[in-house]
Design a protein around this ligand. Sequence first.
Ligand code: AQP
Length: 328
Amino acid sequence: MTTFLSGIQPSGRPHLGNYFGAIRQHVDSQEEEGEHYFFIADYHALTSVQDADSLRANVREMAATYFALGLDPERVVFFRQSDVPQVAEITWLLSCVTGMGLLERAHSFKDKTAKGIKPSVGLFTYPILMASDILAYDSTIVPVGKDQVQHVEMAQDMAGHFNAAFGSQVFVRPEYRLPESEALAKVPGLDGEKMSKSYGNDLWVFESGKRLKKAVGRILTDSREPSEPKDPAGVLLLDFLALFLEDTELEDWRNRIREGGQDAPGYGHLKVRLIEAWEETFAPARQRFEEYLADPAALDSTLALGAERARERACIVRDRAYRACGLR
Ligand code: AQP
């Protein structure tokens, strides 16, 4: 049986990287045979969001985003991470078989601290909680963006360490799944670095109108004239267009930038096309997002139903792990 599992932090508004790297994969996977568990990672978000009202609002916005983008809570178990306390219990078991050295090698932790983000113990042990999220449902496939691959590999290691320590096959080994292209697996931010909520270089998927125009206007460019021939690989706006356009159209823009000359497009032309493609992709879902958000009680009760189903499965795995290590 294939079991899909993935999560997203309600640490801010979901951005283009979250959508193309993860949310779209999650929604598409509904069509595949198997069980599907997707959750809003509010325990994880506490490492960066320390304001109760913001966290609550972010959770509802994230739920409304998923439903607007096509996630069907009838077909998918969709829930809030903190509604499944068994995950915190399994986290402790995994902590006891995980070496500090494994966590010290985490790229995400190193990148965040290098950017000046204060390293709490929670941020340091984040990969253990994430491993528990994955292992608690016997997940076999974890659809993620490239930045999360190492964390899934750590979950494989932790499952292996636990099974080896207690001599039984308690945890199922999960595999990660990346989107079909590199462009989608690591979406750049406004500054060309990985797009990330906590780096302040992100673009909200439902941005619109003047704010969208202003946000797109902040994508890093340079002062070269349109007529100057350029290597398309050095034009960040083309990386953004690659998210939306068909291959033939994208190749045409790339060729015209490469050749330069009187008819070559300027950065302004690329921005106009980007805004147009953005609207085509997200405008209908933006409308649905507003509608879902207008009914917070319905969002809460859908999440509560999902949590009930998630807890059932997590209890089975937690009990199996407790028995294996002598806690029962
Ligand atoms: N830039 C990205 N390109 C492709 N995929 C991405 N993801 C995140 N950024 C990109 C994928 O989105 C899913 C959910 O991510 P998350 O919010 O749980 O954590 P994250 O990866 O740490 O995302 P952020 O925006 O960088 O969050 P903060 O700044 O709060 O830590 C994951 O599958 C991730 O791969």
